[in-house]
Design a protein around this ligand. Structure first.
Ligand code: SAH
Length: 348
């Protein structure tokens, strides 16, 4: 018997001692599951801040995006779904603006962390929670939103060496975790234009992300609806290591204190779009978050908010700037729609 006892680093060390070094994806999945299960990482006192936590304008505009799409699709029976809803702030803000537009779908939250489920219940008490996308309702269309969700999903890393591509594994010496070049992988798993990369080059792939996009796209094809993904990332596939650890609003070593730091990696929007297209759906974007928010009317929303709370006018201008310029060109929005659904706003 192998007992699942002790703190996470000890359990990881024991697993590596017994079964050998593990893929980066297995290390990241275990570390993040522990990290999110044991804390609320968001906000000034936490490790990082996300767009819905910066300003209510973000969730409100996401809600309007959903309501507009639902309206132009002919107002079908719909469920609203959020993947990795954090504190539930986006869901609460989106719901308020959807209701103003006459759209009041049931709310479904896909969340594995008990701590964050409790935070979400304070803001969206009547939601239905799911461990994964498999149990989402099968009646009616799905409008799915995922902000900074896919960056938290596990990635595999391939490293180019003079002897070919290898999968990076995480080894353990004493209590120190460290990345090593592990088993060889056949060159065909590396996209052709990148195959001859210089030794030391790193390629990241996220099969877990592709599997979720695929499963949801199958649902959109059957049930109708759309998915909105907002995250940091690039049009890929690209070479380069983006795995990062964040703690207390600064960078940390991803291999130190697993489960106590937030591990994330850039999202490869091209690969996610391709997964949706393979399953028959239409992919839109990615476009930069700032450009997308401006097209959705963030300036009018900021002006209206400033008029109704003049004492907060300066803060509202600063929040708008942070969402539109501060998050820079790194944050992007991408959408997937069922073929019979209209073109979503902000992607023209
Ligand atoms: N969307 C929120 C929170 C982002 S943090 C915001 O923008 O503020 C990432 C979120 O994804 C957390 O809620 C975390 O618990 C959740 N999460 C991470 N991995 C998950 C997984 N495999 N399944 C479901 N939820 C996950």
């Amino acid at each position: 018997m192998i007992a699942g006892e002790g703190a996470l680093p000890e359990r990881l060390a024991r697993a590596i001692a017994l079964a050998g070094p593990m893929p980066v994806s297995q290390f990241m999945a275990a570390a993040n599951a522990h990290y999110y299960a044991t804390r609320d990482p968001l906000g000034a006192a936490g490790d990082f801040v996300t767009a819905p936590e910066i300003s209510q304008m973000f969730g409100e505009l996401v809600g309007l995006w959903c309501a507009d799409l639902w309206d132009r699709a002919g107002r079908p029976h719909c469920h609203w779904v959020e993947l990795g809803p954090g504190r539930g702030t986006l869901a609460a803000d989106a719901r308020r603006s959807m209701a103003k537009a006459g759209f009041a779908p049931a709310i479904h939250l896909v969340e594995t962390s008990p701590t964050l489920r409790a935070a979400q219940a304070e803001r969206v008490a009547d939601a239905t929670w799911h461990d994964g996308v498999e149990t989402l309702p099968t009646d009616g269309a799905l409008l799915v939103v995922a902000n900074e969700f896919f960056d938290a999903l596990p990635i595999r890393q391939m490293v180019a060496t003079p002897a070919g591509w290898r999968e990076r594994l995480v080894a353990c010496q004493d209590t120190l975790f460290l990345p090593i070049a592990g088993k060889g992988v056949p060159a065909v798993v590396v996209p052709e234009p990148l195959r001859d990369a210089a030794p030391g080059s790193v390629l990241e792939v996220s099969p877990a992300s592709v599997a979720i996009v695929r499963a949801l796209t199958v649902r959109l094809m059957r049930q109708g609806g759309a998915m909105l993904v907002v995250d940091y990332g690039h049009e890929g596939p690209l070479l380069g290591e983006t795995l990062q650890a964040v703690r207390g609003h600064g960078f940390a070593n991803p291999y130190e204190t697993p489960g106590e730091v937030d591990l994330s990696a850039h999202v490869d929007f091209t690969t996610l779009a391709a997964a949706a297209q393979v399953a028959g759906a239409v992919a839109w974007g990615p476009v930069e978050q700032g450009e997308w928010l401006v097209k959705l009317g963030i300036d009018a929303r900021a002006a209206a908010l400033a008029r109704s709370s003049p004492d907060r006018a300066e803060a509202i201008v600063a929040d708008r700037a942070r969402l539109v310029q501060g998050m820079g060109s790194l944050f992007k929005a991408m959408a997937v729609t069922a073929p019979a659904w209209p073109q979503p706003a902000g992607f023209a």
